[in-house]
Write a protein that binds this ligand. Structure first.
Ligand SMILES: *Cc1c(COP(=O)(O)O)cnc(C)c1O
Length: 458
């Protein structure tokens, strides 16, 4: 193992150097992938030096999500202490289901959950768990809501047509989860948003009334803290009033921007979170831990238990249920996703996490200011969002993003809202500084001047 750790250090050096020198890896067309890299698995093993050379080649071709040119997705960057925690978790290789096999790691997970409950404004008897990702956190919320509405479903299966509500700007996992849980995609009602992408509570009320009069059983509303494209925050208070009126479970999907609860400057974007029944946040997005680190908390501890526990004498042989985390999780064997966020939190404190979050808003503001001061750009997103959506010289966003990627210039994606398609520049990458944000625009403009305008002229 010590030799492998030494090799690991050497490979990390290769990675660091490579992501600095070639921040956007040259993309390999899928048709050439198996010719350009030796990915074959053979009867005979590979001697150490060949393995090292192959791994180095793979490192060079793998997209760099921690480089200063990565603006593509809702995660990015690399924070040393969080990565350290995750590496340690791999070395320990515990499974989080019982205290017997995970020991203090259970205490670490419980501590993170407790602190997040407190930051969410949840009461002291609240609880939660780590899910394999934000999509699965949303599924756990949907299942708790379903069982809270009708406790027989766990045993008998679904019977009545149950309806659920989420905005048209919400994440696709809501519809997918409706299909996976047997509730059915057609039972998902898409609530209209205003021009900023925030759910309209009046329309929600209308849809619910309509369903009730048609014999459906509404049970669940998903609000979003940071919609996937525009980064909009649904208003928890007005949505909660509707939920209370009809007895529906309110979940807040904070996978993208739920991290604002760590910031005194930005938590107002998610005010009244304490009115929700459950809340999820991806630490691998705003808090910058490695993938995956998704936490779901609920004010209904008993419901979490009812929906996810199963007796298993071969597994739960010691200690109280509160320390046997398998009683409230989706999986059986479960990797330790808590140690990375705990190590980071322990080392920088809540105030350090606040800085990480605040910086993303600062970087986005720098980008918006640049766009607003330059008439070649059109801005489509709004203040207080770390998604900066724009078009440049009316170039179709898809063409521009694809060309920038194929020429190894920048990794940035595109999105759409209503009938507009635009570049979506996300400033969540933890390594970004002001000069990187400005360099983004310079690279884009130079590229367009040198390449794209010429291509379109010929
Ligand atoms: C990213 C995201 C999800 C999904 O999270 P995964 O960890 O990728 O499964 C869900 N909801 C929102 C709003 C997101 O941005």
């Amino acid at each position: 193992m010590r030799n492998d750790i030494a090799l690991f250090s050497e490979l990390c050096e290769t990675l660091f150097q490579n992501e600095k020198e070639v921040p956007v890896a040259e993309p390999i067309p899928t048709s050439e992938l198996y010719d350009r890299l030796d990915l074959s698995l053979n009867a005979e093993g590979c001697i150490d030096n060949d393995l090292k050379a192959t791994l180095k080649a793979i490192i060079k071709s793998t997209p760099k999500t921690a480089s200063r040119s990565f603006f593509n997705q809702l995660f990015g960057g690399r924070i040393g202490k969080a990565t350290l925690g995750d590496l340690l978790a791999v070395m320990f290789n515990n499974s989080m289901y019982t205290y017997k096999v995970a020991g203090p790691q259970v205490g670490i997970e419980k501590q993170v959950i407790q602190n997040i409950c407190a930051l969410a404004g949840y009461h002291e008897e609240s609880d939660g768990t780590f899910a394999p990702g934000g999509s699965m956190s949303n599924m756990m919320a949907m299942i708790m809501a379903r069982d809270a509405k009708n406790e027989d479903i766990r045993a008998e299966g679904l019977t009545p047509k149950m309806t659920l509500y989420t905005s048209s700007a919400s994440h696709y996992s809501i519809s997918k989860n409706a299909a996976l849980t047997g509730l059915g995609r057609n039972q998902v009602r898409l609530v209209d948003t205003n021009s900023k992408g925030e759910m309209l509570a009046e329309h929600l009320d209308e849809l619910i009334q309509n369903d009730i009069s048609n014999g459906y059983t509404p049970f669940f509303v998903n609000a979003t803290a940071g919609t996937t494209v525009l980064g909009a925050f649904d208003d928890v208070e007005s949505i909660s009033k509707v939920c209370k009126r009809y007895g529906l479970w309110l979940h807040v999907d904070g996978a993208y921007c739920g991290g604002v609860i760590f910031s005194r400057n930005y938590k107002h974007l998610l005010s009244n979170l304490q009115l929700s029944d459950s809340f999820s946040v991806n630490a691998h997005k705003m808090l910058g831990t490695p993938l995956s680190c998704s936490i779901i908390v609920t004010q209904h501890k008993a419901q979490l238990h009812h929906s996810f526990s199963n007796e298993a004498d071969y597994l739960y042989q010691t200690d109280g249920d509160d320390f046997n985390l398998g009683k409230t999780s989706m999986q059986c064997g479960r990797r330790n996703d808590a140690l990375k966020i705990w190590t980071l939190w322990k080392s920088v404190g809540t105030l350090g996490l606040e800085k990480i979050v605040d910086k993303q808003f600062e970087m986005a503001q720098i980008a918006r200011d640049y766009i607003k001061n330059n008439k070649d750009y059109t801005l489509y997103s709004f203040d207080d969002s770390i998604s900066v959506c724009f078009n440049y010289k009316d170039i179709p966003a898809k063409d521009l993003c694809t060309a920038l990627y194929e020429h190894s210039k920048l990794m940035v994606g595109f999105g759409s809202f209503n009938n507009d398609e635009f570049v979506r520049m996300v400033t969540i990458n933890s390594v970004l500084e002001k000069e990187d944000v400005l360099a983004f625009f310079e690279t884009l403009e130079t590229f367009v001047a040198e390449k794209m305008l010429k291509i379109s002229a010929t």
